[in-house]
Design a protein around this ligand. Structure first.
Ligand SMILES: Cc1cc2nc3c(=O)[nH]c(=O)nc-3n(C[C@H](O)[C@H](O)[C@H](O)COP(=O)(O)OP(=O)(O)OC[C@H]3O[C@@H](n4cnc5c(N)ncnc54)[C@H](O)[C@@H]3O)c2cc1C
Length: 342
């Protein structure tokens, strides 16, 4: 039976740890509850929540919240050592899936180790880290069309993946609830050890990066992440709060003249577009380590907003808006938030 709670606190369900009340919340932990879920929603737009690690709640949530707790994972098919298709339900922990696939001897998800959250939310923003993005490993996913109740299959093209982006962040947001995701793993997944931090960590453990196993790469990723990123269990945060902005060739050239030390990453799309470091821009505006009440910017990471304890979602949002306005007036670059803001 679909369990429905009323006036439920969402504090435990968002890694910023801010208080926000859901008017109604359903715990969706069995695919057989699909019809009941559709009946309950009627024509209201749902807010699915997995681990709440990419979410900023700024007010009581009037729309129905669906806590996705579907579980299960399995190997679907094996084609020698080269390709294995695995499938996991949306409510599974992402990092548990990474560990499970590696212990089954399957390469492919090692660079994405220790990213918080659930399997079902991972395609929403096409999670990425240390040179690998989810879309490179995705086979397909299944999602419920919340208007019709039908389950539809999405291949990679239909997901319209981009940098921290997919159709589920845009047109399909609130319409589809992802229930399971399939990945193409195995020996054909190319090992990515290009990131300087990752290489240094492997080398300091006496491993030649190019010869490291997938499990060793995962271990190095975990160690770098533990050292560099704040643990939401210790201090509320949602990882990077802003995406790295991409600017056109003309603006990039102008910025390079004015700020020769600004990090620039030319894009491989042939347009001359350049990706900038949002963290560098924010740090240059003097925000690193700043604090307004309990809403702050992490001391070591200008890109990570933190809740020092009692910040509300609207205080964190106000801080984000001030940072954005500052970066815009100083550099003419508009920052886009990465988490979903409700
Ligand atoms: C310390 C820290 C480090 C992080 N590092 C990274 C990183 O390296 N790379 C990276 O890409 N991200 C990173 N993140 C962001 C976050 O972990 C990912 O975006 C993750 O995939 C979010 O999963 P979640 O289950 O917590 O999603 P939630 O926050 O619950 O939801 C995020 C969005 O997905 C939607 N959603 C959730 N479940 C479903 C579903 N089943 N169907 C449809 N929509 C759904 C929600 O409505 C919301 O819009 C980090 C976050 C933290 C706190």
């Amino acid at each position: 039976m679909l369990k429905i709670l009323r006036q439920a606190s969402l504090r435990a369900f968002n890694t910023f740890g801010v208080e926000a009340e859901a008017h109604e919340l359903a715990i969706f932990d069995d695919i057989e509850q699909r019809a009941a879920l559709i009946d309950w929603l009627g024509d209201r737009r749902a807010l699915p929540i997995g681990g709440g690690s990419n979410l900023l709640l700024t007010r009581p949530v009037a729309q129905p919240v669906v806590l996705v707790r579907l579980s299960g994972r399995r190997i679907l098919s094996r084609d020698g050592d080269a390709t294995t298709i695995i499938e996991a339900a949306a409510g599974e922990s992402w990092d548990d899936l990474v560990s499970w696939s590696l212990s089954a001897g399957l390469d492919g998800l090692e660079n994405l180790a220790l990213i918080p959250g659930t399997v079902g939310a991972a395609p929403v923003q096409n999670i990425g880290a240390y040179g690998v993005e989810l879309h490179e490993r995705l086979e397909s996913l299944d999602a419920i069309d919340l208007r019709t109740g039908r389950i539809e299959r999405f291949d990679s093209a239909r997901c319209e993946f981009g940098y921290r982006d997919s159709v589920f962040k845009r047109d399909a947001s609130s319409r589809y609830l992802i229930v399971s995701v399939r990945f193409r793993l195995g020996g054909s997944c190319h090992r990515q050890v290009g990131y300087a931090d990752l290489r240094a960590c492997l080398e300091s453990a006496g491993k030649a990066p190019e010869r490291a196993s997938a499990a060793e790469v995962a271990e190095a990723v975990r160690s770098v992440r533990r050292r560099k990123l704040p643990d939401p269990a210790a201090i509320g945060n949602a990882g990077s709060f802003f995406k790295n902005p991409v600017v056109g060739a003309d603006q990039a050239a102008m910025l390079a003249t004015r700020h020769p030390d600004m990090p620039r990453y030319p894009q491989a799309d042939g347009t001359g577009a350049v990706k900038l470091s949002a963290g560098w821009l924010i740090e240059r505006c003097g925000w690193k380590g700043q604090r307004e009440g309990d809403a702050g910017v992490h001391q070591a990471h200008a890109l990570v907003l933190v809740n020092h304890g009692g910040a509300s979602g609207s205080q964190l949002l106000a801080l984000a808006q001030r940072i954005r306005a500052d970066v815009l007036s100083r550099f003419g670059v508009l920052l886009e938030a990465e988490p979903r803001i409700v």
